[in-house]
Design a protein around this ligand. Structure first.
Ligand code: GLA
Length: 377
């Protein structure tokens, strides 16, 4: 009897402890799309002070609130307050899931198994971020709450029919976001399966400003990228196919470097700043395992973002095309007031046999994990 009681007692304590450290999630109606589809918003919170919001339109991360070195919280990602904002011209992929193929495909053309494919040219003269109307950022995903040992989250799923946006094969895609129970870390896991060979390269397009979304600039942030090499591009931002060393270039972020330090020298390039794919070093890390890709720090707030990924590349984009559009709370998002660290395969891989392949075949499962972890000191 005594034994039974103590077992019961310790399990009550265990359950209480678990409940007090466990993140939780809830969903609400966020709004309607222009064509009348419902969009839901999911809120995740944990005991270390993080709040994450996600919407079913584009499986998008809309808010990420994390404390600074004094415990003061701020939302560190760009976004909009309503569906209309996300569907407007002002939305430059804020927080969305990008696909089927993130980044550029030269002239929107590729060949696979002897067949030629033509995709929309939506970033003259190239195809960008999966297309125009039915790219993964523009469709409504199904959502389901998930609970794991790590924390709580949302699993988004979408079935892209054969031929959608010009891509071959029916693609079943899932993106799961998990907010850690006791660390301010969001784990994004992607899977995809196809019934025909097709290129797949998914990523998250969050724009970060660690001083808070709407702060004037990210040029004072310090960035480190775990890459010795990058893929040089032509003047339409398509890789030349070469893989070159960052040594002696303005792209070298192997040591913590202020973003503004050398950006001026890139003003007159096609990218108008940083918009480059880095070849991650991944030293001693096996394929499929997480390696540190980048570390970002805002000296004022002390907030630090560490990016880890299973992917071979990361696109560092310094928000060069932000145009003062008004986002959440009416705040304007100025040129270079936020940056993206997009874990992915290299741009235009489908046209470069020397790059790691983005072709997914029937029977295979595409897998990609990206973890964004926030601390402050
Ligand atoms: C990516 C591209 C940029 C730009 C943004 C969206 O990061 O590399 O050139 O198109 O997306 O504005």
């Amino acid at each position: 009897m005594r034994n039974r009681h103590s077992v019961l007692f310790s399990s009550v304590i265990a359950a209480t402890l678990l409940a007090s450290t466990q993140a939780y999630g809830e969903s609400e109606h966020f709004g309607k799309t222009a064509d009348g589809q419902d969009v839901e918003v999911y809120t995740l919170k944990n005991e270390s002070g993080a709040i994450v919001k996600l919407i079913t339109l584009g499986a998008t991360l809309t808010e990420m609130h994390v404390p600074d070195k004094d415990g003061k919280s701020a939302d560190v990602v760009l976004g909009f307050d309503d569906v209309a904002g996300y569907q407007s011209e002002d939305n430059q992929y804020f927080g969305v899931t990008v696909g089927r193929v993130a980044n550029r495909i030269a002239k929107g053309k590729f060949s696979l198994n002897g067949k030629d494919y033509t995709l929309a040219v939506n970033n003259e003269p190239n195809h960008l971020h999966g297309g125009v109307k039915r790219s993964l950022d523009k469709v409504i995903w199904k959502a389901k709450e998930v609970k794991t040992k790590l924390g709580v989250g949302v699993r988004f799923t979408y079935t892209s029919p054969d031929g959608e946006e010009g891509y071959p094969g029916k693609l079943n895609v899932s993106v799961t976001y998990i907010l850690s129970n006791n660390r301010n870390s969001v784990r994004i896991s992607y899977t995809a399966k196809t019934d025909q060979p097709t290129p797949v390269n998914l990523t998250n397009h969050s724009y970060f400003n660690l001083a808070g979304a709407g702060s004037k600039t990210v040029l004072g942030h310090t960035l480190t990228i775990a890459a010795d090499k990058y893929t040089p591009t032509d003047d339409t931002l398509i890789p030349t196919g070469k893989i070159e060393s960052v040594e002696g270039t303005d792209l070298d972020f192997r040591e913590p470097t202020r973003i503004g330090k050398r950006i001026k020298s890139l003003d007159d390039t096609a990218a108008i700043g940083y918009d480059h794919n880095y070849v991650l070093t991944r030293q001693d890390v096996k394929a499929g395992e997480l390696a540190v890709a980048a570390r970002l720090r805002d000296p004022k707030s002390g907030r630090i973002l560490v990016v880890r990924t299973t992917e071979p590349g990361i696109q560092f984009y310094s928000g060069n095309f932000l145009k003062d559009q008004k986002g959440k709370g009416g705040k304007a998002y100025a040129h270079r007031s936020a940056l993206c660290l997009e874990t992915q395969h290299y741009p235009d891989s489908i046209n470069h046999p020397n790059f790691p392949s983005v072709v997914l075949k029937p029977g295979e499962t595409y897998k990609h994990v990206c973890v964004y972890s926030f601390t402050a000191k």
